[in-house]
Ligand binder design. Sequence first.
Ligand SMILES: [Zn+2]
Length: 288
Amino acid sequence: MKITNKIHALKHTFFIPVNPKLKLERFVYSFVIFGKNNVYLVDSGVADSENTIQNYIQKNGYSINNIKALILTHSHPDHIGSAKNIKEKSGCQVLAHEGEKEWIENIEKQFSDRPVPGFKSFISKSVKIDRLVKRNDHIKLEEDIALKVIHTPGHSKGSISLLIENKGVLICADCLLLPGNLPIYEDAVEAIHSINKLKEIKNIKWLLSSWDDPSSGNQISINFNQSLSYFKAIHKSIVDIEKAEELSPIDLYKQVIEKMGLPSVAINPLVAKSFQSNIVNLDNPVLK
Ligand SMILES: [Zn+2]
């Protein structure tokens, strides 16, 4: 999908194995920025997405060799799945925040720390970061293309959002929660601070989330507010559970999922872990 002539959103469909008989269809977006002669990518989709990316940029008159940089918003497998193959094919530089370095450069470590269902099918290889970025960096890609790095922890500690100021385009990756979707975050308080930080940015014409279709106009503030409300509704349901802090993570997970009417196809350890960040912040006013 064309966001502007030069900034495109590319949808990658994949399947999450829930159990041997059930696979859930999902999608994740990566983003392509076409420069004068070069191409820049933000995230790389799941494993094997390099073919989709290659075909897409060829259709637009560029080749894989034109990819000069791949900026990873964070280390999760659906964002870095084909990073190594893209780097090998194109020789591009890989950029990411220091907080994500360990899991990007060592996927075995990520898998043992965060065993997502289907992990090994989403990503096959670690990739080395060539340049670490930090908050407020300006990644100057070309004369008229620069990405401002906004550190937006919460979903993960080194998650970044990227602002293309002169086009009014904000890439927020996995910062926002989608109401009704299973919520995945490491730190609920940080996540809310990050959304509030993004909300303050003026003159955003397009908001690009990885797990949602691109939004524009009034829908942008609606999305921010819905996400904040969802975080707070989750927290309220946890606060309302009697002695929630004494429950095991799995028992808490089951009660919250039931209370909120969320899909309960299988126990998701990542969501159970997310709720534990509410438990250690039960009285935090940011979450109320
Ligand atoms: Zn993620």
